[in-house]
Design a protein around this ligand. Structure first.
Ligand SMILES: [Zn+2]
Length: 68
C-alpha cells in the first residue's frame, strides 16, 4: 500500500479520471503506475485514459482494414 503523504493538496485523486490515485508524478496524481527502467523510474499514468486510447487505436485499425 502506498501512503498518501501530501494531504495539503486535498485528496489524492487521478488528474484524468478522478479515481483514487496511487502515485504523484511531476506534481500530478495518477491512478496507475508503471516502471520503464526498473523501480527507480516509475511513471504515473491514467488507466482509464490509456484504455480509451488503446480502444480508439484499435477502432482506427479496424476501419483501415475494412476499407482495403
Ligand atoms: Zn485515472
Amino acid at each position: 500500500m502506498i501512503i498518501k503523504e501530501d494531504n495539503r493538496v486535498g485528496p489524492a485523486v487521478c488528474c484524468e479520471c478522478g479515481d483514487d490515485a496511487k502515485i504523484n508524478d511531476s506534481g500530478k496524481w495518477y491512478c496507475g503506475m508503471e516502471s520503464e527502467l526498473g523501480i527507480f523510474n516509475i511513471k504515473g499514468y491514467c488507466i482509464k485514459k490509456r484504455k480509451k486510447e488503446r480502444k480508439n487505436k484499435n477502432d482506427k485499425e479496424k476501419k483501415f482494414k475494412q476499407s482495403n
